[in-house]
Ligand binder design. Structure first.
Ligand code: DI6
Ligand code: FE
Length: 409
């Protein structure tokens, strides 16, 4: 227990997000938490603390709160260029779909990203990653999807892996080659899907560059039938499945993704009850992205109450990307999940801890404070965990801890 450990936090309040604790936030007050070999070894009330390893480093949390390290389970943070001009066009009245159909939107980021090297992408993307880390993010998912060719998709995934090697943060990668139709395949989407399934997915799997495969199932992107082929290929190569579905219209993509055992179905503004039932049955996480809802001035709120009724786990993420969610703040995403989608602060925080981990296929490893889990944690100067979703623009972080090591950013 505490007799053999590397480091101990004492006088800490814990928001464990361990459902087994049976209290809001999985809260345990006045605790000690011991770490050994990067994992949580033991948690115990201060007044029952027995013998302590004399070699262990003891850190007095002085009544601060420890939470699991925050998980941002949906980002497109690797890209080149920016879309400020498109923002102006939208303010002049053009819609996101109109801009996409006229060759702007995602495709304009594709041109800039194709012209960048791996090193360029790392240099351009690192400040966005660091912004997330500064707010307590210890695990982040990063997607490709602005390369749309074999070499450029792999280049993006390499940049994501390099970011994870150079920074104290866990990076999960998703191959989103089926994000938009590249211009050279105009009028020939099925041939592009052939390339994705027969060349890009096998190469990414072979080089260990992708943890999961993602798709954009939408009228301006790919049809359910095309997405299904991508899911089949992902399954064949043993990769996780996630999907952008029901963002701008109901294509019944969530039910399809759930049928293929998706870890997560994301956006979901247009999700219907059949989709929710399929997700509940498959254990697929609903990843909510209020930043995109906000930035596109959407009005259709995802069916939160039905998701609750069907006990579908909800994650909350930034969707950090240059077009629909230029949001490098998980704290603001938490606040938006409450103000715009009416999540409770506890639900929002569970969405960026326990359920974010599950959306990455990492539940049981990260996202909760529990013996045996990775010791990815944040020590906050707050009086109650709800403050993390309530306030934004101030950063009450005291320590950011990855695998038991303190790495303030
Ligand atoms: N949905 C989104 O909100 C992002 N991708 C997607 O499939 C937007 C990406 C972009 O506009 O660059
Ligand atoms: Fe996205």
């Amino acid at each position: 227990m505490f007799d053999r450990c590397d480091r101990i936090w004492i006088n800490a309040n814990l928001a464990t997000f361990d459902a087994g604790v049976g209290r809001a936030y999985g809260a345990l007050t006045r605790q000690a938490l011991a770490v050994r070999d990067g994992r949580i070894r033991a948690i115990a009330p201060m007044d029952s603390l027995g013998e302590v390893d004399p070699a262990a480093e003891v850190i007095d949390a002085k009544g601060g709160w420890l939470t699991p390290g925050l998980v941002d389970a949906h980002t497109h943070l690797v890209f080149a260029g920016n879309r400020a001009r498109e923002f102006e066009l939208r303010l002049e009245g053009a819609s996101y779909e109109e801009i996409a159909r006229s060759g702007g939107g995602i495709i304009s980021t594709v041109s800039a990203t194709r012209n960048a090297s791996v090193e360029d992408l790392v240099r351009l993307s690192e400040p966005r990653l660091k912004a997330l880390m500064k707010e307590g993010v210890t695990s982040v998912e990063i997607k490709s999807g602005y390369g749309l060719s074999l070499d450029d998709e792999l280049k993006m995934l390499r940049a994501a892996r390099v970011l994870g090697e150079r920074n104290p943060v866990r990076v999960s990668t998703s191959l989103l080659a089926a994000h938009a139709l590249p211009p050279e395949f105009e009028g020939n989407a099925d041939a592009y899907i052939d390339l994705v399934c027969n060349k890009i997915i096998p190469a990414a799997a072979d080089e260990g560059l992708a943890d999961a495969v993602d798709v954009f199932c939408e009228t301006i992107a790919f049809s359910p039938a095309q997405c299904e082929r991508v899911f089949q290929s992902a399954q064949e190569y043993g990769l996780g499945i996630r999907a952008h579905v029901e963002q701008l219209s109901n294509q019944h993509g969530a039910a399809l993704a759930a049928h293929y055992g998706a870890w997560s179905a994301d956006h979901l503004e247009w999700l219907d009850e059949a989709g929710i039932e399929a997700m509940a049955e498959a254990g697929t996480v609903a990843t909510l992205l209020p930043g995109a809802f906000y930035f596109l001035r959407d009005t259709k709120v995802p069916p939160i109450e039905l998701l609750r009724q069907h006990r579908v786990p909800m994650a909350v993420a930034t969707d950090l990307n240059p077009g629909s969610s230029p949001l490098a703040s998980i704290r603001l995403a938490l606040n938006m999940a409450c103000t715009l989608f009416r999540l409770t602060p506890e639900e929002a925080l569970a969405g960026a801890t326990r359920n974010g981990a599950r959306a990455l296929g990492l539940d049981g490893t990260i996202g909760q404070l529990r013996a045996g889990m990775q010791a990815d944690m944040v020590l906050w100067d707050i009086e109650h965990p709800a403050e993390l979703a309530y306030q934004f623009g101030v950063n009450p972080i005291r320590q950011r801890i990855l695998a038991g090591e303190i790495h303030n950013v």
